[in-house]
Every structure is written in C-alpha cells, then in structure tokens.
Design a protein around this ligand. Structure first.
Ligand code: ADP
Length: 207
C-alpha cells in the first residue's frame, strides 16, 4: 500500500491581521494508510493498560514489529489511561513505538476528552524528551474504544497544534487516517482548528 502524505499548504483562512502560528502549519500532516508502514522516528500505539497487545492498530503494530516488542512491553508493567511509555520499534521501519492508552468512551462526561488530550500531549512530550523529530499517531480510542471520530479528531488537532506552537524539536507530526472517512474527518478538523485547507485526499496509486 502506498501512503499518500498530504502536507496541508498554508492558506490564510480565518487568520485576520496576519496572525498565524508561523512554523506550525507545515509540521502537521494528515496521511491515509497503515501506520506500521511509515518511515518516521516513532509511531504511536493505541494500546490498552496491560501493554500486552490487543486488536486493531495494537495488533497490527505487534505483528509488524515481531516478538521483541512484546518482550519489552512485558517489562513495563502496564500503563494508566492517558499516559505514555516508549519502546523500540524492532522490525518496524520506525525506530521507536510510543504506547499510549486512550479512554474507553462512556458517553462523554467521564473525563474522556481530557484523557484523550493527555494521550497526545504525553506522547508528544515523551517524543520531545527522546529527541524524536518525526512521529505518527493513529486515531486513538476511535476503534474498539468507541470514541466519536469527529470529536477525537478535533482533540488531536487542537493538542498537536498547541504543542507545536512551543516545540522546536519536532519537525513533523502525522495524524494517520485508516480509510477515506477518517481522512475526511481529519481534513475538517484541520480546517476548523488550524484555519487552513488540506488538498483532497489522493486515492491509492492515483498520484
Ligand atoms: P482503540 O482501542 O484505542 O479504539 P483501535 O486499534 O481499535 O484502538 O482503533 C484506533 C484507530 O486505529 C481506529 O480508527 C482504527 O481504524 C485505526 N487503525 C486500525 N489499524 C490501523 C493501522 N494499521 N494503521 C493506522 N490506523 C489503524
């Protein structure tokens, strides 16, 4: 599968008076595809509190990384919701995996938004500490954990945007959409929050 990187070009939509987050817009990128194929310094895993693997993106990451990843995870003793832990990437193209545990959706008034925001913030902080320059996130909690995708996308974009405004070490943060609908959800969130438009999604193999 060919991953279509989609840098979002700067457009002065809604940025009156020339105020814009200079340097942030070209560091946030949405891409569609399989996160395990990405050549970045770190990919983020939407793990569970045991850190011992599961379904969805977690299963895909463990399969692609091979058994060394599980062995290292077993030594970590789990991870609370909203926090993040780092391991090697083993057979993945990425050198590191940052494991974070998203909240299970329970209707929206059990702190889910804050916990999801913490996942992105803590993963980015850990990446920064480690000197990581390029990082890719899946849409944490939006699969088996049932978090509404549009709400999760807005939290992701908002937290990444804010983080990049203060980070000088991170060069590229990718939000990885698994499928067309997820990509379009991110497009809308970026347009609304970061105030610029992304190009239409490229179909696989169409350039
Ligand atoms: P959670 O339990 O946090 O909801 P899931 O793995 O069930 O985690 O789903 C999180 C998101 O990851 C979903 O949007 C799902 O479509 C997406 N996803 C699943 N496999 C991959 C993959 N290989 N690459 C990128 N995203 C993926």
């Amino acid at each position: 599968m060919i991953l279509e990187g989609t840098p979002c070009p700067r457009k002065d939509v809604g940025l009156e008076g020339g105020v814009r987050s200079e340097g942030m817009l070209d560091r946030l990128e949405i891409v569609e595809g399989d996160i395990t194929r990405l050549q970045v310094d770190a990919i983020v895993n939407a793990a569970n509190t045991s850190l011992l693997g599961g379904g969805g993106v977690d299963g895909a990451i463990h399969r692609a990384a091979g058994p060394g990843l599980l062995e290292e995870c077993q030594k970590l003793g789990g991870c609370p919701t909203g926090e993040a832990r780092i391991t090697g990437g083993y057979r993945l193209p990425s050198r590191w995996v940052i494991h974070t545990v998203g909240p299970i959706w329970r209707g929206g008034d059990h702190g889910e938004d804050d916990l999801l925001g913490n996942c992105y913030r803590n993963s980015l902080a850990l990446a920064e500490q480690q000197g990581i320059k390029t990082i890719a996130f899946p849409a944490i909690s939006t699969g088996a954990y049932g978090f509404p995708t549009d709400r999760a996308a807005r939290i992701a974009v908002r937290v990444v945007k804010r983080f990049l405004e203060h980070s000088t070490t991170l060069e590229r943060v990718m939000l990885v959409a698994f499928g067309k609908a997820a990509y379009e959800t991110y497009q809308e969130a970026v347009e609304e929050i970061a105030g610029y438009s992304c190009p239409p999604r490229n179909k696989e193999g169409s350039g």
